[in-house]
Design a protein around this ligand. Structure first.
Ligand code: KG4
Ligand code: ZN
Length: 347
């Protein structure tokens, strides 16, 4: 079957077409097209994502990406001729004005092509991204579960246990800033470009991570929650107290503090829940220091290909496939609503 997926939860407009073949061992996925239009340049002057600007950009980009995606996947645009089996769309969490643009667009396409419309949780997409390699990948039946995923993005920092396919339990999460958000805010303090995560990690490679002893918030707490706002404030105080400072050393020491906490809590969750598989997902999963430290602790960890760490629609299509096969015989919702604070659920 073929699924076209749409992702507009934040500042990337994305459309992907995937073909999925069922085999005895599991499923084979082929990415026929994976289009992403980043809005970074539009939001950079504001130092962060402006929801209404994001909305206008999505409205502008969606028809362009649709044409490109269908062309690349060799599918016709016309109403009757559709060879697609379903349209999927992210309905949360994210910025509601941005989410709505994707939902409205997806509803129109599903109506035009007379196919099912599958609502997908963005975080479920990030969880599946760890299972995606290159343009063709296989997902085997069962086997990998229970799976522990560390999701680290601009909006989320969560340790999630997937007990069985589509059954999630949030083991711990950030009580304030997300890891990516902390990277972005510290980058702003250092007058680096938006988004700051990639900039900090580039600088950090040339710095001394032992130069400044930033705090590791909640690293010894009994629970599996996180907090990054105090760490961010420590960087601010450091900058106030020092007339002269090395941006490289700050970047490197800050990055090490974040990575230390993320890795320690993942180890703790793994000891507690003894999952079969450990995985990483989300924009911050592009961070090399985090990847290296996690691999040191968990040599078999599933790391998403860097192509799939940031927001994309291929991961939404992959998650949608399992939602679709699960609810094939039930009536699908025509009343999908953007849900900014959507959470992963027990299924
Ligand atoms: O998953 P994502 O693309 O969007 C959300 O769903 O939030 O994540 C974006 C976040 C941003 O905060 C960005 O600064 C961060 O991921 N990020 C990084 C790196 N690349 C992106 N953070 C640290 N190191 C990186 N290399
Ligand atoms: Zn994301």
């Amino acid at each position: 079957m073929k699924i076209l997926a749409i992702e507009t939860s934040c500042d990337e407009t994305a459309i992907a077409v995937l073909e999925i073949k069922k085999t005895r061992a599991g499923e084979e996925f082929s990415i026929l097209s994976d289009q992403v239009a980043s809005q970074i340049k539009i939001h950079a002057p504001f130092g962060g994502v402006v929801p209404n600007l994001a909305k206008l950009e999505h409205i502008k980009n969606l028809p362009i990406l649709l044409k490109r995606a269908l062309k690349e996947a060799r599918l016709p645009l016309g109403s009757r001729a559709s060879k697609l089996d379903a349209v999927a769309v992210t309905y949360g969490p994210g910025l509601e004005p941005a989410l709505w643009t994707g939902i409205e667009f997806a509803k129109k396409l599903a109506r035009l092509w007379r196919v099912a419309l599958i609502p997908v949780n963005h975080l479920e997409g990030h969880i599946y991204s760890a299972l995606m390699q290159k343009s063709k990948f296989k997902i085997q039946n069962g086997g990998i579960y229970p799976m522990l995923t560390l999701i680290v993005s601009g909006g989320h920092t969560e340790l999630v246990l997937t007990k069985k396919r589509l059954q999630y339990k949030i083991l711990g999460e950030t009580l304030d800033d997300a890891a990516g958000e902390a990277f972005d805010k510290v980058a702003r303090m250092l007058k680096l470009q938006y988004p700051g995560g990639p900039e900090i990690s580039k600088l950090a490679k040339f710095g001394n991570s032992r130069a400044i002893n930033f705090p590791r918030p909640m690293i010894h707490s009994k629970d599996l929650n996180f907090s990054f706002s105090g760490l961010k404030t420590s960087v601010l105080y450091y900058l106030r107290e020092h007339k002269k400072f090395s941006k490289r050393n700050i970047a490197s020491s800050f990055e090490e503090a974040v990575v230390d906490v993320l890795v320690r809590k993942t180890v703790k969750a793994a000891e507690q829940y003894k999952p079969h598989t450990i995985a990483l997902g989300g924009g911050v999963a592009a961070n090399d220091q985090l990847r290296e430290e996690l691999v040191r602790k968990f040599p078999n960890i599933l790391l998403p290909d860097k192509r799939f760490t940031g927001d994309n629609a291929a991961m939404i299509a992959t998650a949608a496939y399992y939602r679709f096969t699960r609810s094939k015989n039930t009536k699908r919702s025509k009343n999908i609503k953007a849900t900014g604070n959507l959470r992963l659920s027990k299924g």
